[in-house]
Each structure stands twice: as C-alpha cells, then as structure tokens.
Design a protein around this ligand. Structure first.
Ligand code: NAD
Length: 267
C-alpha cells in the first residue's frame, strides 16, 4: 500500500511508534514528513527515519496518514491551525492522552476527517508495545484495521470502546512507569540484602521476564502461580505478608484510579 505519513510532535512516543512503522515491510510509508519546533528532535527523526521536516499545514496537505503526538495541551492549537488542510481523504491518528475523538473533530472545525485514537505505550520502542485503538464518528472498519496493521511492528493492539480509554491510559499507557518503579525497588532491595547491583539487575529482570512468560504460557490467574511459590511457613509467604502489610495492592489500585482521573481531566 502506498501512502505518505506525517508526524506532528517528534517526542518519545512518536519515536517509539515510528521505529515499528519504519521497520515494517508491508506498511512502510513512501515518505515520512515531520513537524516539531525542537530542531534536535527533527534532526533525530531525519537521521533515523529519513524524515523530511516541514510546517504542519504542508505536512497535512502532503500526507494521507498523520500521527498527532504532541502533548494533550497542544492538540487544540495544532488542529485549529491546520484545520483547512484536513479532509475526508486523510486519516488522523491521535495518541494524545485524554483527548476524546469528539473533541478532536471539533478542533478540526468539523472537517470530515477520519479519526482514530490510540493509546500506545513506550515498549513500542522494542516491538513489545500495547496499544488500544478506538474510532471517531467517521472512522471505518478498514481504518481501524489499517491502524492495527500499521502498529503491528510496535507490538500488540486491541480495538476498544472509547469509554474505556481513560482506564486503558491508566493501566497500559502509564503502566511501564509502574513496572520500572517495581523493578527499581526490587533491585534496591537486593542491594540492601547484600548483592551487588549487577547481580541484582540480572536476578530481577529475569524474574520479571520469567514470571510473565509463565503467566502467558500457563494462562493461569496470577493468584494460582503466586500460591505455587508460597510454601507453608516458608520464605515467600513471609515476604508476601510484608508486601500486603505495606499496602502494595492498595497503592496500585490508587495509582490506576489517580491516573484515570488525570486522563479525564486532560480531556
Ligand atoms: P514529548 O514531550 O516527548 O513529545 C512532544 C513533542 O511535541 C516534543 O518534541 C515537542 O517539541 C513537540 N511539540 C510541541 N509543540 C508542538 C507543535 N506546536 N507542533 C509540533 N510539535 C510540537 O511527549 P511524549 O511523551 O512523546 O507524549 C506525546 C503524546 O503521546 C502525548 O499526548 C501523550 O499523552 C501521548 N502518550 C505518551 C505516552 C508515553 O509513555 N510517553 C504513552 C501514551 C501516550
């Protein structure tokens, strides 16, 4: 399939998504156009993805597919300023947290552009991302399937109802930060227990990786696999008791709730 891809906002998320798209054999764009006021970011995208820089209006004019990856607070201005360049031949893919498709459509002065909203996450950079995708009012099933295929090189994706997008943002969008925090905490605890940081890193990373693989391969609920590690009166249950006493479960509930509320506020 032949298309030009525009990217407005060359930040961390756009870089991660383009990695998979640039490496795709089936859905590789003919040209990649970028727009960002930060010259260093433009240079990075030019070097790594052979992207060509241009003003946002020209970019929309020349592209069939446009990824909008500016911060949520900048979305309205970017869309207002480029509204005249959009039409029903364009597909807008917005990754901005919290901004609903109905508001994206309003910000385009109701130009008849098809809009797909995506909530990706940063592991897209290594082809292990998780993206949730939902449709705007003019989006076709072909558009949704195209976006899924386009993101294939970035990891997995699911199509969801937009009403779940704030929860998705709080779980998988923000989730890598929670995981990195847990990994960091376990590494520091390992150092506190007398291990050097190199050994701590190896132990912790493989423990996370192996546990995820066990969950995937067995299809079991995590509670079952957790119980299998906890021998009666043993070391693991003593540790688990301290995690529960420290409120780790409740902290995770609160984190997801707070991130979801914040996502709603951004809209
Ligand atoms: P970022 O700060 O790394 O990137 C934003 C980029 O937009 C910057 O390079 C900035 O210079 C550029 N920019 C600012 N104003 C602009 C304008 N008028 N025109 C063009 N470019 C402009 O942020 P990020 O983390 O990549 O996040 C980008 C979007 O992705 C956000 O809307 C965020 O909600 C969403 N998102 C991020 C993550 C994540 O983990 N970082 C996950 C899911 C969704």
């Amino acid at each position: 399939m032949s298309f030009n891809l525009g990217v407005i906002g060359c930040g961390k998320m756009a870089y991660a998504l383009l990695k998979g798209i640039h490496g795709s054999s089936e859905y590789r764009p003919d040209f990649i156009y970028v727009c960002d006021p930060d010259q260093d970011r433009v240079d990075l995208f030019s070097n790594d993805y052979k992207a060509v820089a241009m003003p946002a209006g020209d970019l929309v004019g020349k592209s069939q597919i446009v990824i909008l990856a500016v911060k949520p607070g900048q979305v309205q201005e970017v869309l207002n300023n480029t509204a005249v360049f959009w039409n029903d031949q364009k597909l807008l893919i917005s990754v901005a947290a919290g901004i609903k498709t109905v508001d994206l459509e309003k910000n385009l002065n109701n130009q008849p552009t098809r809009i797909v909203r995506v909530m990706p996450n940063t592991p897209s950079l290594v082809g292990e991302g998780m993206s949730a995708i939902c449709a705007g009012s003019r989006t076709t099933d072909d558009d949704l399937n195209f976006v899924r295929a386009l993101l294939n090189g970035s990891g997995k994706s699911i199509i969801i109802d937009e009403k779940y997008m704030d929860a998705v943002t709080a779980v998988s969008g923000s989730g890598p930060a929670y995981v990195f925090l847990l990994v960091e905490a376990l590494m520091e605890a390992a150092v506190n227990a007398g291990l050097n940081s190199n050994i701590a890193r190896q132990l912790v990373l493989q423990t996370f990786k192996g546990s995820i693989t066990m969950l995937e391969d067995s299809g079991e609920h995590p509670a079952i696999l957790k119980a299998q590690v906890c021998s009666p009166g043993g070391t693991t249950i003593a540790g688990v008791r301290q995690l529960e006493a420290g409120g780790v479960r409740s902290a995770i509930f609160n984190a997801v709730e707070a991130a979801s509320i914040r996502s709603k506020e951004l809209g």
